[in-house]
Design a binder for this molecule. Structure first.
Ligand SMILES: *Cc1c(COP(=O)(O)O)cnc(C)c1O
Length: 413
């Protein structure tokens, strides 16, 4: 397969992205509201068309009229979504996005692509990394596989420097902000500056699942790769599994990820791409309401005597608050808090009536989760008394009453 095929498709812009008459680019919220509108010869519909075709007709002269050959390599609905996702990450430089059938398939693509480029891959992951990443590393990349990793507290400058020393292009600094589940804030631009100083050929990847581009644009902050689980805020309705990777155009790693995508085919289907395009059209409003509710919840929890630590970057007491104020448009929709030990935490979540007990995040409905009990043995990062909340877009007063009921269950008489 010629490389040029991947190039053509990866850089196509959305067919009908709204354009401003004046020279000022449209605001992200406006781009989202019109996400994916792509009139075709057959439809001027304002809902993106779905093209489930796996194969595309070839011209007598052996060319492919719209660039699509076979859906493992590219598909019109997927390309539409990938163009939209690229346009969300920067208004000042062109980006390239590859989508995958899950966030973890995207994670795997980064690792194997880096391995393909350099013959080995080293990941420097956060000490409270999303547990799926260490799980994948330990189950699939055992000793001798040329994939190695170490953990790091990215809020500790000296530790970052010592772990980066002597590292080369095989190393991917793998940050998450806010982190899961302790909501630690990584200063992306400072981390990038440190990498540039200590090991300039290493790559900075930021998993931005918890702060979508309406909150933070990771590439503009200095990341080389931005990874999203689109399952969360992008889809936004707990009904589609997907992952995405965005880089600037024409980067070695971005192009290899595109090749890996076509070579392996861990890609989302056209229907799923359509669902994410639909979710994106209201993402800014959903995220805004979730952040508003989360801020209220965090403040309210802080005032309750049953609650110990509350982890939320919007609180002035949060160690990452100052960085978050600069780096984040809003403080996010995720909150975690601690209520004594496991017994108390289990009791609190058992009392939920409006809030749903489930894992995941980024949907319209508020979720609560006892995290430690679903983390795999050997990969536990959550304290036993911690509850993680993905705040939804309900009316705050209904949430407040539910949390009141839950905490009353462990009230000291
Ligand atoms: C959910 C999640 C992932 C994995 O994504 P899937 O779509 O579930 O495979 C990766 N990183 C973070 C931070 C997540 O929350």
């Amino acid at each position: 397969m010629k490389r040029s095929i991947f190039r053509t498709i990866s850089t196509t812009r959305s067919l009908a992205a709204p354009t401003a008459k004046s020279s000022s680019p449209l605001h992200l919220h406006t781009l989202l509201s019109h996400a994916g509108i792509s009139p075709t010869a057959h439809s001027s519909g304002l809902s993106p068309s779905i093209d489930p075709s796996t194969t595309f007709e070839r011209s007598p002269d052996l060319t492919f009229p719209l660039g699509h050959i076979y859906s493992r390599i590219s598909n019109p609905t997927r390309s539409n979504l990938e163009s939209v996702l690229s346009s969300l990450e920067s208004s000042t430089f062109p980006c390239q996005t590859s989508t995958f059938s899950s966030g973890m398939a995207a994670v795997n693509s980064v690792i194997t692509s880096n391995l393909a480029l350099h013959g080995s891959c080293h990941l420097l992951i956060p000490d409270d990394c999303y547990h799926g990443v260490p799980y994948q590393l330990t189950t699939l990349f055992h000793k001798g596989s040329n994939v190695t990793w170490s953990k790091c507290d990215f809020t500790n400058y000296n530790e970052v420097v010592s772990k980066l020393k002597g590292k080369g292009p095989e190393t991917i600094v793998w940050a998450e902000t806010p982190s899961n589940p302790l909501l630690k804030i990584t200063d992306i631009s400072t981390l990038k500056a440190t990498i540039n100083k200590i090991s300039p050929s290493s790559i900075l990847l930021v998993d931005m699942t918890w702060s979508p581009p309406t909150i933070t644009k990771g590439l503009e902050e200095g990341a080389d790769i931005v990874l999203h689980s689109c399952t969360k805020y992008f889809g936004g309705h707990s009904d589609v599994l997907m992952g995405s990777i965005t880089t600037r155009v024409n980067t070695e790693i971005g192009d290899m990820i595109r090749i890996q995508q076509g070579a392996v085919g861990g890609v989302p289907g056209a229907w799923d791409c359509w669902l994410v395009l639909r979710g994106l059209r209201s993402m800014h409003v959903r995220v805004e309401r979730a952040c508003e509710n989360a801020g209220r919840l965090a403040g309210w929890l802080e005032g309750r005597e049953e609650v110990g630590k509350v982890h939320y970057p919007g609180l002035v007491t949060h160690p990452g608050h100052e960085v978050a104020k600069r780096q984040m448009e809003m403080f996010g929709g995720m909150v975690s808090f601690e209520v004594g030990g496991r017994e108390e935490a289990v009791k609190v979540q058992a009392g939920a009536e409006v809030v749903r007990r489930a894992t995941s995040l980024g949907g319209t409905e508020t979720l609560i989760e006892h995290r430690e009990s679903i983390e795999p043995e050997g990969g536990k990062v959550s304290p036993e008394g911690l509850l993680r909340v993905s705040v939804g877009i309900e009316k705050w007063e209904d949430l407040e009453r539910d949390f009141e009921r839950m905490l009353d269950g462990i009230k000291k008489k």
